[in-house]
Design a protein around this ligand. Structure first.
Ligand code: 4NP
Length: 157
């Protein structure tokens, strides 16, 4: 079982998008039992709120539902619950490190690392561009899946 927590600032735009894109990839590969995937915010601003309609609408184009997801905040305890804690941009990584304290097991990563890039996932809360966020998030999630499926001897179909 691989446990992955995606993290952004508000947990209503990018990290839930990554959560449900990754769940979709895993499901399409028949590996739901091998993964536990969730998402969280670094800030308190949106706690309890549903996924932003921009993310919801974009994912609905691909028949991906975000039903039942409400924003939660990252906690220090999450460090032990997850194998991967994946932020969207450099500010997220700084805030994640503030909450968890330190990262002895090197669990904290930025999503596009898995696509071989140092780039951030630009925040559509500010840019309004959910298409770019989606395209970049898919790149990162596919890269992550390929890395993990190598590890578990499965292949990205
Ligand atoms: P997210 O976008 O981090 O991708 O969920 C944001 C959503 C809400 C806020 C900031 C970023 N906010 O300040 O409320």
């Amino acid at each position: 079982m691989v446990r992955i927590l995606f993290v952004c600032l508000g947990n209503i735009c990018r990290s839930p998008m990554a959560e449900f894109v990754m769940k979709d990839i895993v499901k399409k590969n028949g590996l739901e039992d091998e993964f536990y995937i969730a998402s969280a915010a670094t800030c308190r601003e949106q706690i309890g709120n549903p996924v932003h309609y921009g993310t919801k609408n974009k994912l609905s184009e691909f028949n991906i539902s975000v039903e039942g997801k409400y924003a939660v905040q990252l906690t220090k305890q999450d460090y032990n619950k997850y194998d991967y804690i994946i932020g969207m941009d450099d500010m997220n990584i700084k805030n994640i490190n503030k909450i968890i304290g330190n990262d002895p097991d090197k669990k904290v990563h930025k999503l596009l690392e898995f696509a071989g890039s140092y780039a951030d996932i630009a925040d559509p809360w500010y840019t309004g561009d959910f298409d770019t966020a989606y395209n970049d998030i898919v790149k990162g999630c596919k890269g992550l899946f390929e890395k993990l499926s190598d590890r578990t001897q499965y292949y990205c179909r």
